[in-house]
Design a protein around this ligand. Structure first.
Ligand code: FPP
Length: 252
């Protein structure tokens, strides 16, 4: 436990990560195609970025397409790829004007050259913005991220730039896609599912998890506030014990 990780209640997370789940069920319940659920999901995403800024969240990470999502029907995959493209093309100007720094995490090699260029343009354009950071996890899987970071470590070791025995958490952390970002304090998952689904496995080691029954297209400001309030009620101990607890061995 470091000095910055003392047990206690923390009123406000700086970094919130969200697993946006339930678009398909939202559409199904209304007799609509799954695509419509994703379209409404994108609207919820836009509103959530605005709400995050208003609610004092400094970094917002959104899980928008996982390495496993390629297994979905080709039409759904191309629709989701199109949504990301449309989001970057349509919203980038507004995000930039609002001082939002945009980051995309996940493997880039599987993306088409035009999507890769778009993503790189969004990052370059907004690089110096400081009002808020929006991290979009796209083609992201935590295991894949850790494997890619491990490959970089192995290459450095093979080239003699680092000693294998000197490898520590900071060295691995600095080779992850999130290298320059603090860990999320709060991870929210919508739709009532209570899984982590290969999301930020390394970074969420000490995060609080809040699972909400609301389906992603219905995730509004009230639901966001509810998750933040729940976070404020949690006591974070980082593997230690509460303040005020008798720390002597054998204490009752
Ligand atoms: C989970 O719902 C959601 C996704 C896999 C994609 C998330 C996408 C958006 C919020 C739209 C914006 C997209 C981008 C790329 C910016 P699900 O389809 O798994 O829902 P289900 O579990 O009810 O079937």
């Amino acid at each position: 436990m470091s000095a910055g990780q003392r047990p206690g209640h923390f009123p406000q997370p700086a970094h919130v990560a969200i697993i946006m789940d339930g678009n398909g069920r939202w559409a199904q319940m209304r007799g609509l195609p799954r695509q419509e659920g994703h379209r409404r999901g994108l609207e919820a995403l836009r509103a959530t970025v605005r709400n995050a800024g208003d609610l004092g969240v400094r970094i917002l990470t959104l899980y928008s397409f996982s390495t496993e999502n390629w297994r979905r029907p080709a039409t759904e995959v191309s629709f989701l790829l199109g949504l990301l493209k449309r989001f970057v093309e349509k919203d980038l100007g507004e995000l930039h004007a609002a001082g939002v720094r945009v980051r995309i995490i996940g493997g880039r090699d599987d993306l088409s050259p035009d999507l890769r260029r778009l993503v790189e343009h969004a990052e370059t354009l907004t690089r110096d913005n400081t009002a808020m950071t929006l991290v979009v996890a796209f083609n992201y899987g935590a295991r894949d991220e850790i494997v890619r970071a491990t490959r970089r470590l192995a290459a450095d070791a093979a080239a003699g730039r680092i000693e294998p025995a000197a490898i520590d958490e900071a060295m691995l952390g600095s080779r992850l896609d999130t290298a320059d970002l603090p860990d999320p304090e709060l991870v929210i998952r919508t739709s009532g599912e209570t899984r982590i689904s290969n999301f930020l496995l390394w970074q969420a080691a000490y995060a609080e998890f809040v699972f909400l029954p609301v389906l992603w297209p219905d995730f509004d400001r009230a639901a966001f506030e509810e998750a933040l309030a729940e976070y404020g009620r949690r006591e974070r101990r980082f593997g230690g014990v509460s303040e005020g607890v008798d720390r002597s061995v054998g204490a009752a």
